[in-house]
Ligand binder design. Structure first.
Ligand code: SF4
Length: 485
């Protein structure tokens, strides 16, 4: 499977996108379109479950892109009905790199009061402990996905209806989760009490939609209504519309700040702010904090582009497309020969030599994870005749793994976990390397006074090492938290 991003092997990867629709004819077709718009959140596999009053529940789960599977009329005809949910995944806990089709969501459970399907974005941090307990009590797991715990917890609940069983189940679950689920007649959406992962509500004619991001509402012509609040459950029926329930003890929200930096699409809206505009503002803050004399500001495409525009605007240094992305980098050239494989980044990106030659270049990228790609890009820019290369990074150093539904390398593989900023600069071989500060990032996302160190407004654990939910399974496996200061 080709990566969606040219440096996918050197980026944090969001692991899932979820989407659901109720109250329209052939809801699965809308879900397929929504999942297509959320493909950047997971490219490995996708699945859709639908319900039709005469045909019951039906599902299709496939490896590969949504456009390669869920555009087939033959397949879509097997998913009839006015209610459907879907999921795209990169790879969730338990089976990285060796996913089986049974790990692909949505998951389905048959209960005495009828069936329910569930799709989950995030990560359950106590999944190992829950799984052990459930297996001891007789549950038989079908997959290696931690999300299946929710179905088994629902099966054991004594509540009389499915939304209440789901409330029961989710109260036992720790971590970050946005959930889209369905019964025969209801579309259900839930966000964890801290609201780490996103979920939004849209109106689609007489029907409704739930989505990880607003960009997927746009593609189906749905109107963005609002975000599902942290800790809120919405139960939506075609007849009665949206009912809001608060199953959890209220807590201060801790939305993932990296959604603003990288994961979400720039045409999405988060918290009434355009993601594009926030990223441009990150570039403005970055230019204020880390000025440099240079001739050209270039984005590392595509995710560095809005920040580079902001950096250029604030610094007054001309902006230019010094690196051009090959838009048609598809499957054709994926690993046919060792020689082509070794070309790596050059297959995906090329330097605009005429623009770069002789210039002092500021390269703006969204993050440095392992640093492997940054090194290659620096070499390409120098080969093209640049006089100097300065890296400016639109996020603070990524020094800690994420345990909330984002694939991160082990801590030792994160460049910032083992090196100081100066050591990283030397390692990358660039003239200067600077990251936006955590306060600067908070200002860019709209927190005028920066980060509140006593009670941070966002989850920023991959930068700060301060985890809002204790990653209990990982602690059991030996993960060392940051020592208290
Ligand atoms: S650890 Fe980082 S990537 Fe993970 S949820 Fe928190 S801010 Fe987002």
């Amino acid at each position: 499977m080709p990566p969606a991003h040219p440096f996918d092997d050197d980026k944090l990867k969001e692991e899932c996108g979820i989407f659901g629709v109720i109250g329209v004819t052939d809801a699965a077709n809308f879900v397929a379109l929504g999942l297509h718009a959320l493909q950047h959140r997971g490219q490995e596999a996708g699945g859709i479950v639908s319900h039709h009053p005469d045909h019951g529940f039906n599902n299709a789960r496939r490896f590969g892109y949504v456009r390669d599977n869920f555009t087939s009329q033959k397949l879509m005809e097997t998913l009839p009905g006015p209610l459907a949910i879907g999921h795209v995944r990169y790879s969730t806990a338990g089976s990285k790199g060796q996913t089986q089709i049974r790990d692909v969501q949505p998951f389905f459970g048959e209960f005495s009061m009828g069936g329910a399907a569930i799709a989950h974005n995030g990560n359950i941090t106590n999944a190992d402990a829950l799984r052990r307990e459930l297996i001891e009590r007789g549950s038989i797991f079908q997959s290696s996905s931690d999300s299946e715990c929710i179905i088994h917890l629902m099966a054991r609940s004594l509540q009389r209806n499915i939304p209440e069983r789901m409330e029961d189940a989710l109260r036992r679950v720790e971590g970050a989760f946005s959930v889209v689920a369905m019964t025969r007649t209801k579309l259900i959406g839930v966000r964890d009490p801290l609201g780490v992962r996103p979920l939004v509500l849209g109106k689609l004619g007489d029907g409704w939609a739930l989505s990880s991001e607003t960009c997927a509402l746009d593609i189906i012509g749905a109107e963005y209504v609002r975000e599902i609040d942290p800790g809120e459950m919405v139960v939506i029926t075609a007849e009665h519309g949206v009912e809001s329930i608060r199953p959890f003890r209220p807590q201060k929200s801790r939305f993932c700040i990296f959604e603003h930096v990288y994961f979400s699409r720039p045409d999405s809206i988060i918290g009434d702010r355009s993601v594009y505009e926030t990223r441009r503002q990150i570039g403005v803050e970055l230019a204020r904090e880390t000025p440099i004399e240079a001739d050209l500001v270039c984005p590392v495409p595509d995710s560095g582009t809005p920040a580079a525009i902001g950096y250029a605007h604030e610094s007054g240094i001309p902006y230019g497309m010094g690196i051009i992305r090959n838009q048609y980098m598809g499957r054709t050239f994926i690993e046919p020969t060792e020689q082509i494989r070794n070309m790596g980044v050059r297959l995906k990106l090329n330097v605009n030599r005429a623009l770069i030659k002789g210039k002092r270049v500021v390269l703006v990228d969204d993050s440095v994870v392992r640093g492997t790609t940054s090194r290659k890009i620096k070499e390409m820019i120098l080969d093209a005749g640049a006089a100097e290369v300065h890296f400016r990074i639109a996020s603070p150093p990524t020094a800690w793994p994420c345990f909330y539904g984002v694939d991160t390398p082990q801590r030792e593989k994160l460049l910032a976990a083992t090196m100081s900023e100066d050591e990283m600069r030397e390692h990358l071989g660039v003239d200067s390397l600077k990251f936006i500060s955590l306060d600067g990032l908070y200002r860019a996302v709209g927190e005028a006074s920066g980060r509140d160190p006593k009670s941070p407004q966002y989850c920023d654990a991959c930068f700060s090492g301060e985890y809002p939910v204790e990653p209990s399974d990982m602690l059991e496996k030996g993960f060392q938290m940051k020592a208290a200061e």
